[in-house]
Design a protein around this ligand. Structure first.
Ligand SMILES: Cc1ncc(COP(=O)(O)O)c(C=O)c1O
Length: 379
């Protein structure tokens, strides 16, 4: 099997699993309990916080553990709302993940205004539009670091500088870039940043919201005093431990290695399927992802044929699969223009090999040829 869908999720690093396992077994204690055995769990959380903070170039006290990217995104919006309850305008890119777009749509239902920043065919945001959209009523600008469907990177540091100069806080959803390329919370200059473990060979169901020192984080969940009283609920100790270890392992995951796999696929597809369009070819992208549009073919047919051939790949957001809705990302980029094109996203991880990338090119080009021959009308 070739697993080429790391933007959906990635396999758990066995080293992280080995470190997690004792916390499912003998070291099961509640980190808030007063006895010595429980102190090991509390220490393991501190250790994980130190490792995650190191990966993100953030202070330990800036890292709050959550259940993942979705919760961190919702919490970021909740915090921004509590900072400036009188502000009723929100800005995000038109290509954000559903976990930003949907809560903002709910705010719109409550009478708030939402500006979706447009992108061009290469996925680039128009900074002029952002400059015009910022008002004293803007509660938050939220722009993802890398898009999950295309891998295209956004100029988050520049956006944060512009917003800050206008007194508007910023958030970035860095779920897809953390662990795949160096990310510095400090250098980005945002107030809030989302990340999660399962895209970087950590366990599912754990992530973090990073909040700049001194920021008042209105709790999303109230209850016990966990996470400094800001995120109530008994900590998911094994998952947090696995996240910490995966964060440490991510240092080994060199962007250069992922770029080599991406180049094998992109060069191979260019040579063997010349009609395929590489989305965001002109844009900076995370090093592990390529999204191809193959003219004249049906997405479901190509993905099913890849599946039959033992290749796990998808068309884009895993959260949207199963729904027949076309991709809002491709729509925002102007690619849904009535032409039939199969969307195939290939995304690699630390355990992917050059053999995987070469085999994928062979299989995909064979499949495209076979479908074309099969669908060609008889003479
Ligand atoms: C950009 C982005 N943000 C947020 C999420 C949601 O993360 P989680 O699955 O940890 O809730 C995803 C997951 O695919 C994502 O790609």
């Amino acid at each position: 099997m070739i697993y080429a869908d790391h933007n959906a999720t990635s396999p758990l690093d066995p080293i992280a699993w080995a470190e997690m396992r004792p916390f499912f077994e003998g070291r099961f204690h509640n980190p808030s309990s007063p006895y010595t055995a429980a102190r090991a769990a509390a220490l393991a959380i501190s250790d994980a916080r130190r490792r995650v903070a190191a990966l993100l170039d953030a202070e330990e006290e800036e890292v709050r553990f959550t259940s993942g990217g979705t919760e961190s995104n919702s919490w970021a919006l909740h915090i921004a709302r509590a900072w400036n309850p009188e502000r009723r305008h929100w800005i995000c890119s038109a290509v954000e993940h559903a976990s930003i777009l949907e809560p903002l749509a709910a705010l719109e239902q409550e009478g708030h205004r939402v500006t979706l920043l447009p992108v061009d065919r290469n996925g680039q945001l128009d900074m002029e539009t952002l400059a015009h959209a910022l008002t004293p009523d803007t509660a938050l600008v939220s722009v993802m670091s890398a898009n999950n469907e295309t891998g295209i990177l956004h100029p988050v540091a520049e956006i944060a500088r512009m917003a800050r100069s206008r007194g508007v806080p910023t958030h970035t959803d860095a779920t897809q870039s953390v662990g795949r390329m160096p990310i510095s919370f400090r250098a980005l200059g945002v107030d809030l940043m989302t990340c999660c473990a399962h895209k970087m060979h950590g366990p599912k169901g754990v992530g973090a919201l990073v909040a700049r020192v001194g920021i008042d984080c209105a709790p999303l969940f109230r209850g016990g005093g966990q996470e400094g009283g800001q995120r109530a609920g008994t900590e998911n100790v094994p998952a947090i431990v696995g996240f910490g270890r995966a964060a440490e392992q991510a240092y080994i995951s060199s962007s250069e290695r992922l770029s080599v796999l991406r180049a094998i696929v992109e060069d191979g597809v260019r040579a063997r399927i010349p009609q395929a369009i590489l989305v965001g070819a002109e844009a900076d992208r995370i090093p592990n992802s390529s999204l191809f549009l193959i003219p004249g073919l049906d997405t479901d047919v190509v993905l099913a044929a890849l599946d039959m051939a033992g290749v796990c790949a998808s068309s884009g957001s895993a959260c949207a699969s199963g729904s027949s809705e076309p991709s809002h990302v491709l729509r925002a980029m102007g690619w849904l223009d009535g032409e039939k094109r199969a969307a195939v996203r290939i995304s690699w991880g630390r355990f992917s090999t050059e053999q995987d990338a070469n085999d994928l090119v062979n299989i995909l080009s064979r499949i495209v040829l076979e479908i074309q021959v099969h669908e060609r009308p008889p003479r």
